[in-house]
Design a protein around this ligand. Structure first.
Ligand SMILES: CC(C)(COP(=O)(O)OP(=O)(O)OC[C@H]1O[C@@H](n2cnc3c(N)ncnc32)[C@H](O)[C@@H]1OP(=O)(O)O)[C@@H](O)C(=O)NCCC(=O)NCCS
Length: 144
């Protein structure tokens, strides 16, 4: 697997299959804005030249917030999400950031387990965070 910076060209390449191959990500238009924002950093995973996942953070001062991490539905459970998250953690370390924070739906067990595996700690609940309905855990990591 190869992990590189994600470009607008990568997003265009994924455009037609984004909604069928992935779920739980921000829309195409928002992803495009994310890639154009100079405060974000997005990475992409490829296997045999095929895009299999992407992830991105927003960096404000010395804090990173995880904005997206998504693995292609047919490729989950093979370590790709872990590799993407580890790459972003290494980036936080390289940039000397102090905290890496994220919000996750309290019902999203695979994602919560992934974050716990990489040392994120649950700081508390943000009520009705998603669509004013579902609660989110706020999780954070400070040791890079
Ligand atoms: C969350 C997600 C990115 C994980 O990616 P993945 O490539 O399947 O994860 P990995 O194979 O790297 O697994 C890493 C760890 O995550 C946890 N995990 C992954 N899938 C899991 C599952 N179905 N059930 C429980 N734990 C799971 C495990 O701790 C696993 O470590 P292990 O293999 O040593 O047990 C993927 O499920 C996904 O794209 N989900 C939809 C998008 C999403 O919900 N993103 C998070 C938004 S906050």
């Amino acid at each position: 697997m190869e992990i590189t910076d994600m470009t607008l060209d990568d997003l265009e390449q994924m455009k037609d299959t984004l909604y069928s191959d992935y779920d739980n990500f921000w829309s195409y238009n928002i992803l495009k804005q994310e890639l154009e924002n100079d405060k974000t950093k997005y990475i992409i995973a490829r296997e045999n030249n095929e895009i299999v996942g992407f992830a991105g953070i927003l960096i404000i001062f010395d804090e990173a917030n995880l904005n997206n991490i998504v693995v292609k539905k047919s490729c989950r459970g093979r370590g790709i999400g872990g590799e993407l998250l580890e790459t972003l953690i290494d980036l936080c370390s390289d940039l000397n950031l102090k905290t890496f924070t994220l919000e996750v739906n309290v019902e999203n067990v695979p994602a919560i387990k992934l974050y716990e595996k990489f040392g994120f700690k649950n700081l508390g609940i943000r009520k009705k965070y998603y669509d004013n309905i579902s609660d989110a855990y706020i999780m954070s990591k400070t040791d890079f």
